[in-house]
Write a protein that binds this ligand. Structure first.
Ligand code: PNS
Length: 162
């Protein structure tokens, strides 16, 4: 049984994340989307909101499960008995952080492999931060996030402005 974890902040989930989830789910028996509960990052969405959005959007993928985690990714991977971490690589700018993350995790937990998946071309510029930035100026984010997520971002941003 090959169990992989796709970890991230997902604040909020974008089309780029969904693309990686869909493609990665075909490469393993079970894919756990691991949503980091890190209040220091001051996320726009609560952990419950992020988990619930991803659950709704991945409902059609039978071998995908969504869970939150706190603390170290290697500890979460050990607890879940996962052998593989999946990360998406967009541009070369991602590489420096990602190689450090992968190698430090490898030192801590040698049995854990990190697999990088190249982001599909149409999402290579996309991040949650880009989606939030456009939304904060009233921009069109329909090419960035699924339709269900748009009113949720807009409501959050309106609330912040109050
Ligand atoms: O979507 P993100 O914010 O790029 O995801 C980063 C994430 C969650 C994969 C990374 O920050 C992480 O694994 N955090 C958990 C804490 C940890 O294990 N840190 C050690 C690695 S340097």
């Amino acid at each position: 049984m090959k169990r992989a974890i796709y970890p991230g902040s997902f604040d909020p989930i974008t089309f780029g994340h969904l693309d990686i989830i869909t493609r990665a789910s075909k490469l393993c028996d079970e894919l756990i989307v691991g949503v980091l509960n890190n209040k220091q990052k001051n996320p726009l969405f609560s952990i419950d909101e992020r988990v619930s959005m991803i659950k709704e959007l991945t409902d059609n993928l039978d071998n995908v499960h969504v869970e939150c985690f706190e603390g170290l990714l290697v500890d979460f991977a050990k607890k879940k008995n996962a052998q593989v971490i999946i990360r998406g690589l967009r541009a070369v700018t991602d590489f420096e952080n990602e190689i450090q993350l992968a190698q430090s995790n490898k030192v801590q937990y040698p049995d854990l492999e990190t697999l990088f998946m190249t982001t599909s071309l149409q999402y290579s510029y996309l991040s949650s931060t880009v989606a939030k930035e456009f939304a904060s100026y009233g921009g069109d984010i329909s090419l960035f996030v699924p339709p269900q997520v748009i009113p949720l971002i807009e409501a959050k941003i309106k609330n912040k402005e109050k």
